[in-house]
Design a protein around this ligand. Structure first.
Ligand code: PEP
Ligand code: MG
Length: 547
């Protein structure tokens, strides 16, 4: 038996035979004329379009369409034309093709985060073009029996081509929590482990157990190991299914359980998952591909759709958090050396374009039209002055519940003064963790540091929560930390009053919180604050909560 660890991105425990996918990388000279290269690129684009039409997974379809568009981009065709100028047969066209892609690559990489992860999609187009020219295209993966798919990296084309009826789990060596593989697996409810470097040791035919919740892959597992992991998983699921209704601790202390959303369909999922409202609506996700600012009327229509999907419930909307890992073309126009620390979120109001004011106007209008209990908060607030400025502007438009995200160390340290300016706060633990730990939240190599269980992060949260309690301001958590049941108990013990998470996580957190009382939450929060590391905090809290 040998164990391989990675990042668990989609829960579930399965045992099955490995089906290993290896990509063809042409490692010899590939001769060709400029015309042949362009024809190969066209063939790749047409193939991607065909796969996009055939894909029945929405996210795979979107990425394939985007890839097809890149392959047809006139700037790419021009870049190839500039490198292969003579009408002759070049002995090896691979360097020219890779070089033509390099400008696009650099542009994506400089954006960081989600976009940097898309560099793999770009590389895949180059690889496919070369394989097309050399006649070494890899055929489709045929699965004839249920299998655990293991790969170095799974491209959108790979996942779109997989017969999901036979796909037990996904294990990939590369990728992080926001990689394409993670998104697809969660969407389909298939266990998945990414960033599993040692996965390259696995070969087709190996028998493995995958625990997608705990990021574990076990080769040749014995029966006792499988039983332990399955029982634990089943118990977690059963506990989740057994509790319905609003979030409560076992002593009836209410904990508002809300959902994070970034689209109308997310809002529908939130309603279906029994969310008590939306705790974070990420408005920038509506505009990631917009070249120009949507008009106020257009925004009113979009927000109206979201509010209608959550009719009768509270909706917390965040004003545009453009920049860093979520650049919006019409807002983030200046290249930045260090975008996570740059002009992002509320800081964009420094540009004086009035975008946030128009957004506040549209939000207020849509809420009035739909009689929605609208709460609006600003992201990346650092100082009391920024909080006061936002509050004044939002109130001008008649918005009654005005809040701020507490996601920078400055805002947490000054929470007594920042929260005094507004009606509520929401801890963005994803960013708070990356800024407290000075570690990029999307860098899989730093996942030991970007862990919200770290006592340094918990102490920042504790400070904010203590001040929120003194000021009688509701303080929620809307980062990923809220979705971890044990951490949720710690957060409640620290004084947090609501938790907002991906709709899929709600049942489990609701089920777990129903088993603990307030005194236990306070006890484990103190244990976690006193720990020296994230691992120690997690282990000591688990020992109490699972006893
Ligand atoms: C956060 O930072 O925790 C948060 C909820 O916002 P985002 O992940 O969109 O930056
Ligand atoms: Mg954030």
């Amino acid at each position: 038996m040998s164990s391989f660890n990675g990042i668990g991105v989609s829960p579930g425990v399965v045992v099955g035979e490995v089906h290993r996918i290896r990509h063809t990388v042409v490692d010899h000279e590939v001769p060709g004329t400029p015309r042949q290269v362009l024809d190969a690129l066209e063939a790749v684009a047409a193939d991607l379009e065909r796969r996009a039409i055939a894909a029945d997974i929405e996210v795979a379809r979107e990425v394939l369409q985007a890839q097809a568009m890149i392959a047809q981009d006139p700037a790419l065709v021009e870049a190839i034309g500039a490198r292969l100028t003579d009408d002759i047969t070049y002995p090896d066209v691979r360097p020219a093709i890779r070089d033509a892609f390099s400008g696009f690559r650099a542009a994506l990489e400089s954006l960081g985060g989600y976009f940097a992860e898309r560099v793999h999609d770009l590389d895949e187009i180059a690889d496919r073009t070369i394989a097309e020219l050399s006649g070494e295209k890899s055929g489709p993966v045929i699965l004839s029996a249920p299998s655990v798919i293991v790969a170095d990296d799974l491209t959108p084309a790979d996942t779109a081509a997989l017969d999901m009826r036979y796909c037990l789990a996904l294990v990939v060596a590369k990728g992080g929590p926001t990689s394409h593989t993670a998104i697809v697996a969660r969407g389909l409810g298939i266990p998945a482990v990414v960033g599993c470097n040692d996965a390259e040791q696995l070969e087709s035919g190996d028998v493995v157990m995958v625990d997608g919740r705990h990021g574990l892959v076990e080769r040749n597992p014995d029966e006792a190991t499988v039983l332990h992991h399955k029982t634990r998983e089943d118990a977690l699921r059963a506990r989740a299914a057994a509790v319905t209704g609003p979030g409560r601790l076992s002593d009836s202390t209410p904990v508002n359980l809300l959902a994070n959303a970034g689209s109308v369909s997310d809002a529908v999922s939130a309603a279906n998952a029994g969310a008590e409202g939306i705790g974070l609506f990420r408005t920038e996700l509506l505009f990631l591909s917009r070249e120009t600012e949507p008009s106020v009327d257009e925004q009113v229509a979009l927000y109206t759709d979201v509010f209608t999907a959550m009719a009768g419930h509270k909706v917390v909307v965040r004003t545009l958090d453009a920049g860093s890992d979520k650049p919006v073309p019409f807002l983030n126009t200046v290249p930045e050396e260090n975008p996570a620390l740059g002009v992002r979120g509320w800081r964009l109001t420094r540009n004086g374009t009035g975008v946030m004011r128009r957004q506040l106007q549209a939000l207020a209008q849509a809420a009035t039209d739909t009689h929605t209990d609208l709460w609006v908060m600003a992201p990346m607030i650092d100082t009391p002055a920024e909080a006061a400025d936002f509050a004044a502007q939002a109130r001008e438009f008649g918005i009654r519940h005005v809040g701020v995200m507490i996601e920078t160390p400055a805002a947490a340290l000054l929470a007594d003064k920042v929260l005094a300016e507004v009606d509520f706060g929401s801890l963005g633990t994803n960013d708070l963790t990356q800024y407290v730990m000075a570690a990029d939240r999307l860098d899989a190599r730093l996942s030991d540091l970007t862990d919200s269980w770290h006592p340094a992060v918990l102490r920042a949260i504790s400070l904010a929560a203590t001040n929120a309690t003194t000021l009688a301001r509701p303080l929620g958590v809307c980062g990923e930390a809220a979705a971890d049941p044990h951490l949720a108990a710690v957060l409640v013990g620290l004084g947090v009053t609501s938790l907002s998470m991906a709709p899929v996580a709600l049942a489990e957190v609701r089920g777990f919180l129903a088993t603990v009382d307030r005194a236990t939450c306070i006890e484990v929060s103190q244990i976690a604050l006193a720990a020296s590391s994230a691992e120690e905090a997690k282990a000591m809290v688990s020992a109490v909560l699972e006893s």
